[in-house]
Design a protein. Structure first.
Ligand code: HEC
Length: 137
């Protein structure tokens, strides 16, 4: 049997992703409230958000970006809400709420095709990930 080049490429990319970051994790958004591990919640966040960080600071976006931002908004709203089930105190919860607010702002910007708003919301999200990791990870 020969493997199609696309199959080999997909397998290589999946391995590379596992190797240099969180495992690719795409829990259906309706099942995120049922997750029992903060690590898996975080893996879901990284899977959807990490590919978007390189778009921070761009002055215009294409339709594929707006679609990606809408998906990021929906998924990060679910994961950030879920994060509070693994609370480490009020400061932790406040950062999870901040991430939720910024994810909502990204969704609003995507609907309006507001490039400056989307870039700012993405930047704020990334900063919030980092802030919580430096305090609680
Ligand atoms: C409210 C605090 C908080 C926020 C906000 C937060 N994280 Fe985390 N993150 C944690 C903690 C705590 C851990 C360690 C969890 C563990 O594995 O027990 C962690 C771990 C991780 C991991 C490692 C998971 C693994 O497989 O070991 C990744 C990846 C990650 N976070 C990505 C993100 C991304 C991306 C964002 C922003 C979109 C984010 N996090 C926002 C608290 C946070």
């Amino acid at each position: 049997m020969r493997l199609a080049p696309t199959t080999i490429l997909a397998a290589t990319l999946a391995l590379a992703a596992v190797h240099c970051g969180a495992p690719i994790t795409n829990t259906p958004v309706n099942d995120i409230p049922k997750l029992t591990s903060l690590t898996i919640v975080m893996d879901n966040q990284a899977t959807v958000a990490d590919p978007q960080w390189k778009k921070i600071g761009a002055t215009s976006y294409v339709d594929a970006d707006w679609a990606a931002f809408t998906l990021v908004s929906e998924r990060i709203q679910a994961t950030s809400l879920k994060t509070k089930d693994f609370t480490k105190g009020p400061d932790f919860d406040a950062l999870a709420t901040k991430l939720n607010d910024k994810a909502k702002a990204l969704g609003v910007a995507a609907t309006a095709k507001d490039s400056a708003g989307a870039s700012a919301a993405l930047g704020d999200m990334k900063a919030t990930c980092k802030e919580c990791h430096s305090k609680f990870r």
